[in-house]
Ligand binder design. Structure first.
Ligand code: C2E
Ligand code: CA
Ligand code: CA
Length: 667
């Protein structure tokens, strides 16, 4: 699985969680601010009420002072002493000089004039008409700086309520313990110009009730919002779970999908396999699934896959996984103790799959890769299993193949061939080699076969059996055969122009061509471009073309012969040749495959058959070419049988055109 794909999928899930977490934190912070603001407001309110009461009582004292205009500071003080008890907020009265000199005090306490500056903010905030001085501030719940209120939890925690209650009389019950406490001096203008009267009041915020109410309101709101957020948070989690489930669910089987297989498989492979067991990656594929769908319908096909999935799942053990991949393919990660045990399990699985639809027989191709310790790339391992399965071909059989390194090499080779083939054609990397066909009676050149060689810029010389099968599978053979035909036609034309005597040259026509109705016309067009007589071009087809579209084959052969081309049947006797094809196919030349002669001495059964085939072909008016002839004995035997031409290493191997010209100059 691609890393960027991984990331994108993970992101899908994460994004929303973070949104909710951030939202929740934001709400929590918001309510914290509100609570603090309410606390501050209520505290300020309490203080404001106290201060205005204190101020009013201070004004009373100021009035009294006015009445004692003439009295000395001491007398005035003594008179004030009697009034202090009547004014509940006033705790002490002091008289000071304008320069701060201490003149008289009701209890011997004077304000610290140096602190006056600190308190300008209180004067502003509480809208006091006069300056205030604060002393003995035991705690400050908040600090004010540049008009901003900062709450300090530390300070609240530091208050020693017990000590406060012991030392002061203002607090009667514990509930009324103040959160803020300090003393304030009111400075009142005095009648005598050189003194001022200062009245001390205590300022403390202990209105816990108000605070509790605000706290309760906020807590309630907070709970509602938290609950709301919790619910939405949980719903996001549930959605996330569902999305994840959906991402990892296969839509055909309803079980785990490939993405899950890769994820889970990787984590299983990272861990140690159970004792004395190894993991194997398995690719299991139902053969002819397309035909099943064509007969019974796609929906039925999918239902079958679902049933297969369930049947396979039942066979899986703990720490083993399975997933549907595509069409009728499954990936399995299975434990095994030996190759034999694994094969037995796979066979059992195939039996189980065949019980899914009674009365119906299914065939499976299975590719296995036995995983070595440390291998964790699930996609790569599966690819190896796939490669193993690909090597099995498409026959309707139950087969199992184990991956080996050679398979991988073959895969890489195929990739290289497919990547380079187009460029090779343009760059004329495909070279025509000619192998002579020699007449048996005179032992002279009587024809030649054009065989392709690939001169690759980095790989060098490549023989056709390494790339022709690949081209036959991917269709490139059509282009290559046309190219070879055109090269031969052009070469023949050049030789004609040079006044040389030419012999028929055969080119191979792959069975892939026999799907096109106008193949004969197409071949004639290419040859006619160079105005080469048709009987100088021979076309070699294999019997296998019979199995594709017999009608097209018969028609094409007929048209080609009518147009004057020589048509030969290649590789007769190799593979599944049947004399039956000779009955229907009217051709000019029969090429007997080299296999007939290999490892067979003259006089053995093979030779008997060859002589009979030659006789039969003669009766059917065909010429005979014996291929792959490597010894004098073979040549002599064939000459005795009146075989017409011989092609083989005994006379010459396929060679480049220049060499051919040099060697057969007299032609
Ligand atoms: P083929 O058409 O049967 O070609 C004859 C093959 O037998 C050639 O192999 C040739 O080198 C080989 N041969 C000839 N005499 C002897 C001998 O005495 N002993 C042995 N052991 N082998 C002999 P080559 O050239 O490797 O070609 C292999 C096959 O590749 C050809 O078999 C043909 O099917 C295919 N092929 C080659 N060129 C082309 C082409 O241009 N188009 C198509 N469609 N197929 C081609
Ligand atoms: Ca051939
Ligand atoms: Ca042949």
């Amino acid at each position: 699985m691609g890393k960027s794909k991984d990331k994108r999928i993970k992101k899908l899930g994460k994004k929303r969680i973070w949104l909710s977490v951030v939202g929740l934190l934001f709400i929590l912070f918001f309510f914290f601010c509100i609570i603090m603001a309410i606390l501050a407001a209520s505290t300020i309110d309490v203080m404001q009420r106290k201060l205005s009461a204190g101020r009013k009582q201070s004004e009373k004292i100021a009035q009294l002072c006015e009445e004692y205009e003439e009295a000395s500071v001491g007398d005035m003080g003594n008179t004030l002493l009697t009034y202090i008890d009547l004014l509940p907020e006033i705790e002490a009265v002091s008289i000071m000089g304008t320069e701060g000199e201490q003149k008289w005090s009701s209890n011997g306490v004077y304000p610290d004039m140096n602190r006056a500056a600190d308190l300008d903010f209180l004067t502003d905030m509480l809208q006091l008409p006069t300056r205030v001085i604060v002393e003995e501030d035991y705690s400050r719940m908040f600090e004010i700086e540049d008009g901003t209120i900062f709450f300090s939890k530390d300070v609240l925690n530091k208050i020693d309520y017990q000590q406060l209650m012991d030392t002061e009389n203002y607090f009667t019950t514990e509930e009324s313990a103040p959160v803020i406490y300090f003393k304030v001096w009111f400075v009142m203008p005095a009648m005598q110009g050189n003194v001022m009267v200062l009245n001390q009041i205590s300022l403390y915020a202990s209105d816990l009730f108000m605070m509790l109410v605000s706290l309760a309101v906020c807590t309630f709101l907070l709970c509602v919002f938290t609950l709301y957020y919790m619910i939405s948070f949980i719903s996001v989690l549930v959605n996330m779970y569902r999305t994840t489930k959906l991402i990892y669910t296969d839509l055909v089987t309803g079980g785990d999908n490939w993405l899950h297989f890769v994820k889970k498989g990787t984590s299983l492979l990272k861990r140690k396999a159970p004792n004395r067991q190894w993991y194997a990656m398995i690719h299991l594929k139902m053969r002819k699934y397309r035909s099943f769908c064509t007969c019974f319908g796609v929906r039925e096909g999918e239902e079958l896959i679902e049933k297969f999935y369930c049947a396979l799942k039942k066979q899986m053990h703990r720490k083993e996984i399975i997933a549907h991949r595509e069409n009728a393919e499954f990936g399995l990660l299975m434990l095994h103790t030996s190759k034999e045990q694994l094969i037995a399990r796979v066979n059992k699985m195939e039996e189980a799959l065949n019980e899914v639809l009674p009365g119906m027989k299914f065939y499976f191709g299975v590719g296995v890769y036995q995983i070595e310790a440390g291998e964790q790339d699930v996609e790569q391992l599966y690819n190896n299993a796939l490669t193993a399965c690909d090597m099995l071909g498409e026959e309707a059989e139950n087969k199992i193949a184990f991956f080996d390194v050679e398979m991988n090499k073959q895969r890489l080779w195929e990739r290289m061939v497919e990547d380079d083939m187009d460029r090779a054609l343009v760059n004329k990397e495909f070279k025509v080699y000619l192998q002579p066909k020699i007449s048996t009676n005179e032992e002279k050149l009587a024809g030649a076969e054009a065989l392709v060689r690939w001169i690759h810029p980095t790989q060098g010389f490549i023989a056709p059996d390494r790339f022709i099968p690949i081209f036959e599978q991917n269709g490139f053979i059509l282009k290559l055969d046309d190219y070879m035909l055109e090269e031969i036609a052009a070469q023949q034309a050049r030789w004609i122009a040079q006044g040389r005597k030419i012999v028929p040259i055969s080119v191979n026509v792959s069975r892939a061509h026999f799907t096109r109705e106008d193949l004969a016309e197409h071949i004639a067009d290419i040859v006619d471009k160079y105005q080469v007589p048709h009987d100088m071009i021979e076309l070699e087809l294999t019997e296998s073309a019979f199995f594709d579209d017999k009608r097209v084959l018969l028609n094409t052969v007929k048209k080609l012969r009518e147009a004057g081309f020589i048509v030969s049947m290649d590789d007769f006797g190799a593979g599944y040749s049947s004399l039956n094809s000779l009955k229907e196919l009217h051709i000019d030349v029969l090429k007997i495959d080299g296999d007939f002669f290999r490892g067979t001495e003259v006089g053995e059964r093979g030779m008997l058959i060859v002589s009979e085939v030659i006789e039969l072909a003669k009766k059917l008016n065909m010429k005979i070419v014996a291929e792959g002839i490597e010894s004098r004995e073979q040549v002599d035997f064939l000459a005795a049988q009146e075989c017409d031409l011989i092609q083989g290493f005994f006379f010459a191997k396929p060679m480049p055109i220049d060499e051919f010209v040099e060697k057969y100059n007299e032609a």
